[in-house]
Ligand binder design. Sequence first.
Ligand code: SD4
Length: 316
Amino acid sequence: MSSFAVALTGLNSCVEAVPNSSNINKVENQKAPIVISTWDNKEANAAAWQVIEKGGRALDAVEQGARVAEANPKDQSVGYGGRPDRDGNVTLDACIMDEDGNAGCVCFLQRIMHPVSVARKVMENTPHVILAGAGALKFALEVGFKKENLLTDDSKKEWEKWRKTADYKPMINIENHDTIGMLALDAAGNISGACTTSGLAFKMQGRVGDSPIIGAGLYIDNEVGGATATGMGEAVLKSLGSFLVVELMRQGLSPDEACKEAVMRIVRKQKFKDLQVGYIAINKDGEQGAFAIQPGFVYTSSKKGDSLLEKAPSYL
Ligand code: SD4
């Protein structure tokens, strides 16, 4: 193991949320905490909220929330049960960013159920931001993650059916259950975020989308807010969408307005009619916002423990 990779045990089990009481006591002008996530991810939000309500860190909340989607075989766009690439491999992308601007990412990672937790270890245990492919897998195994088969029978059947035509057409709003991007503001007023996905179904082998790329699939600036993206990663990458949303909020736009302007950037510069991109954002005051190109994008918002499914406004 390399000198910076610290061996940790029990990484595959959920980390108990540690109340951050020193943080809470320090806080003045405390804002109401909030957790939001892309799509219908109430269970993931509930796991994140458990951390937040104990006074835990937003970073722990978003990791725990993302892990719920990663472990759910019914969510065929994330982690275990994710739809494979065109060669039948489940390849995963994830990233995480904390309140100090630290970031960790993994892309093209195979056979590890919790890429978001590997991304956190990249952030905390290495001098790097991104590890990819075989290197990411090697690191994950070194720090205690276990290799697993992530291709479920359902996803394998879909892939086998797809192979009959091998028609490569990105799908919009797949079953309204897709990549999870999650943002949290904790009781201490700190913001963190995470994003995790199996990427586009039946993508070319080696394809990496926006989700693990800081500034594209996720961006956090604790002075301003956070944003995360879902949908066609190529469109988000070309416009560095999440960074754009945060910078627009820095200039005074509300989360709603900032998400809309980032979508409009795609609408003005790219062929957008057949693709979906949705952004969600929160600011330092705990205000939330969202906007998408196409109708059908929903997100889950949790405040005071209640989770609501919100419909994002859209350009079309
Ligand atoms: C990607 N943005 O890999 C991801 C896919 C996604 O909703 O978000 N789907 O391009």
